[in-house]
Write a protein that binds this ligand. Structure first.
Ligand code: MTE
Length: 334
């Protein structure tokens, strides 16, 4: 029988997320038929105290790897993307990560250093005029790099503010010349269970997949991050290329992308494939639409631990609300 032991780091928060994790685990394990095996499976929800994370030393432990694009950082900051909250300290954001390929908990930063990010290719294909497999360094050098300060709101109700460096997804799509049939952009993470041992957990639908509508992908806010805090992306953040879509719950911001496919059909994303009643395709932030098992009204800031009100579209309504005009009756908020 699966027994839930409440870890002593849990529930600094006011939300009953811990119980939610438990219920989610049980439901999922039952669905996957693995409860009797006693296998550990963390739900998407979890809360650890990053201040106590011994993994602080993980930062920079990249086995002597020197990123071939390091000379491009720091890139000029685009002043159009600023914040009304302080940037989260790297000491917190770099040791409190969701990257299920390396474990279904937050302390994956050491394990993620095993990821080999060179050579690395990104295949862009599907409904495009110009299909191309990019070498990551050529891609990064071909793009207009800039730094943007973005909010990040995890569906688990924690939040951070991050200085991403990268380029608009629209800039890459422009080079690919989407056809008139392209309605969605499907993105996929690498698949290598030898390195990413989380991918041996066969009950997850690997590889991690996410998607946007073509209109969302062309919106200026949809950003491909290649760096963070003025340096090339540290591996736990999803090196060498990750998405940042700050008006959506964090699970949409797929890490370590290897394939981008423009499609006519809406892709099924990773968490949607696990439980579409809890993690939808659109996943736009809305404080008034609770998750199936907890409120989304407020969020806990990584670092200070302060709890603040959540904002509609995570504060980016001015830039993105028009994307959803006429879709009010669709499930665009979970
Ligand atoms: N991408 C991949 N490939 N695998 C993941 O497990 N987790 C998502 C998203 N992208 C995830 C992923 C979730 S749930 C969140 S909240 C963010 O990454 C976390 O990003 P961070 O670790 O940089 O804070």
């Amino acid at each position: 029988m699966f027994v839930h032991h409440k870890p002593n780091w849990a529930l600094n928060e006011n939300l009953a997320t811990d119980e939610a994790v438990f219920l989610n685990r049980r439901k999922f394990m039952k669905a996957a038929g693995i409860g009797a095996l006693g296998l550990g499976l963390s739900g998407l929800i979890g809360c650890e105290d990053p201040a106590s994370a011994e993994a602080k030393g993980a930062v920079g432990k990249a086995g002597g790897f020197v990123d071939p694009t390091a000379d491009l950082y720091p890139a000029p900051r685009n002043a159009a993307f600023t914040l009304q909250r302080p940037v989260t300290d790297y000491a917190y954001s770099s040791v409190y990560n969701n990257f299920y390929e390396f474990g279904s908990h937050k302390k994956i930063s050491n394990a993620a250093q095993a990821l080999q990010t060179r050579p690395w290719t990104v295949e862009v294909g599907g409904e495009v005029g110009v299909a191309k497999t990019w070498d990551i360094d050529s891609l990064i050098r071909a793009m207009p790099l800039e730094e943007r300060l973005y909010r990040h709101r995890c569906v688990e109700a924690w939040a951070m503010a991050v200085p991403w460096t990268g380029f608009p997804l629209a800039a890459l799509l422009a080079k690919s010349e989407p056809t008139a049939k392209a309605r969605y952009v499907r993105m996929e993470t690498f698949m290598d269970p030898k390195v990413a041992t989380g991918q041996k957990q066969y009950w997850y639908p690997w590889p991690y997949v996410e998607g946007l509508s073509i209109e969302e992908a062309m919106n200026d806010l949809a950003f491909m991050a290649t760096g963070v805090y003025g340096k090339p992306l540290a591996k736990q953040f999803g090196a060498p290329l990750r998405l940042a879509v700050p008006w959506k719950y964090g699970f949409k911001s797929i890490k370590s992308i290897t394939r981008i496919t423009l499609t006519q059909e809406r892709p099924v994303s990773f968490w949607e494939g696990i439980d579409s009643n809890e993690y939808g395709f659109w996943a736009n932030v809305n404080p008034e639409v609770p998750h199936a098992r907890w409120s989304q009204a407020s969020e806990r800031l990584l670092g200070s631990g302060d709890r603040v009100d959540t904002q509609l579209y995570n504060g980016y309504g001015e830039q993105v609300a028009s994307l959803y005009a006429g879709m009010e009756n669709d499930k665009i908020f979970f």
